[in-house]
Ligand binder design. Structure first.
Ligand code: AN0
Ligand code: CP
Length: 320
């Protein structure tokens, strides 16, 4: 596997899930695979789970992880070609990426959508430059449009907690004070559809996700209607994807606190499990009552980030 952006990169989903449960049952079982190998984890943005779970997954596989926080420990990197570099950015990615590639066997990158230039974000411009110039397999740790390690972990979690063969999974928008990327909901939608689950999406008008990721899943603008009979409620905020009106891309169009997941929302579900990728803003996205309830599985969900990352790194090591 040379890149991990989308579910198709991992191949048949049954095989990937089987591997995930094998890794979960015996995390040290492939300790020999990464001996003498190095993974570089490059962070352009903050992280708690992705940073720690990636390091843990690498250590489980016997690999050495190197973490680089761009702009804090490195030079600030220029990403645009053809500019006169007379500002605060001391190095260009055209040199920095191939240099990083020289020091590792696998490279993993977190670089959030800038939310100003839709074409730049949706072309995965920065991550594709890592693919092109690093000479190494590349893992997205949340990039312009996707967060595949999260979505794979979410799928593993749903497989563990489901009580019927094809559960109803509702991805619902929820309010947040800041403009957030669409990477988490994009990946969640595409992984759910790829795995053949019954996905329903609920969001306010103007927030419809790009159909490239939702692939025909029903989109409702009435949240309560969408939540009826749900087995899993997956809450997430995202900013305007700019599908219908590109001028609104990355904007906050709605702060309706009526979309916060509370006990009344959970009451119309089929005793659903509550999920969120974290970090979560309590009493904005979800009430204390719901996230602290026994139906909340946000911690086991986060724990599965080690499992998804380990399967991806294992596959890459096997194909080096
Ligand atoms: C980020 C986002 O929404 O994409 C990271 C989530 C994993 N969230 C925040 O910045 C709060
Ligand atoms: N869910 C997730 O990716 O969390 P971090 O931003 O803390 O890595």
């Amino acid at each position: 596997m040379r890149k991990f952006f989308n579910p198709c990169d991992i191949g048949p989903i049954d095989k990937a899930l089987e591997e995930a449960f094998a890794v979960k049952a015996d995390p040290m079982g492939w300790k020999h695979l990464g001996a003498g190998k190095t993974i570089m984890l490059v962070f352009f943005n903050s992280s708690l789970r992705t940073r720690l779970s990636s390091q843990k997954a690498a250590l489980n596989l016997g690999m050495n992880p190197i973490v680089l926080n761009i702009g804090q420990e490195s030079w600030k990197l220029e990403t645009e070609l053809g500019v006169v570099m007379d500002g605060d950015k001391g190095e260009h990615i055209r040199e920095a990426i191939p240099v990083m590639g020289c020091y590792c066997d696998i490279i993993a990158v977190r670089s959030f959508a800038g939310l100003t230039d839709r074409d730049y974000d949706y072309a995965e411009t920065l991550l594709n430059q890592f693919v092109e110039y690093s000479g190494r397999p590349v893992i997205s740790l949340e990039s312009g449009t996707v967060h595949p390690c999260q979505a794979f972990a979410d799928l593993i979690t749903i497989e563990e907690y489901k009580t019927k063969p094809r559960p109803k999974v509702v991805l619902t928008w929820a309010p947040h004070p800041k403009a957030l990327p669409q990477a988490v909901p994009n990946s969640f939608a595409e992984w759910m559809v790829y795995a053949g689950l019954d996905l329903v999406i609920a969001n306010p008008e103007g927030y419809d996700l790009d159909p490239k990721y939702t692939m025909g899943a029903p989109v409702l603008h009435n949240q309560m209607e969408a939540l009826e009979g749900a087995d899993f409620v997956y809450a997430k905020n995202w900013s305007c994807p700019g599908v219908n009106n590109p001028a609104d891309y990355g904007k906050v169009l709605c702060k309706d606190m009526g979309w916060t997941i509370d006990a009344a929302h959970m009451a119309v579900t089929d005793n659903a499990r509550f999920m969120h990728c974290l970090p979560v803003r309590r009493n904005m996205i979800v009430t204390d009552e719901v996230i602290d309830s026994p139906r909340s599985i946000v911690i086991p969900e986060a724990a599965n980030r080690v499992v998804s990352a380990q399967v991806v790194m294992k596959r890459m090591l096997e194909s080096l």
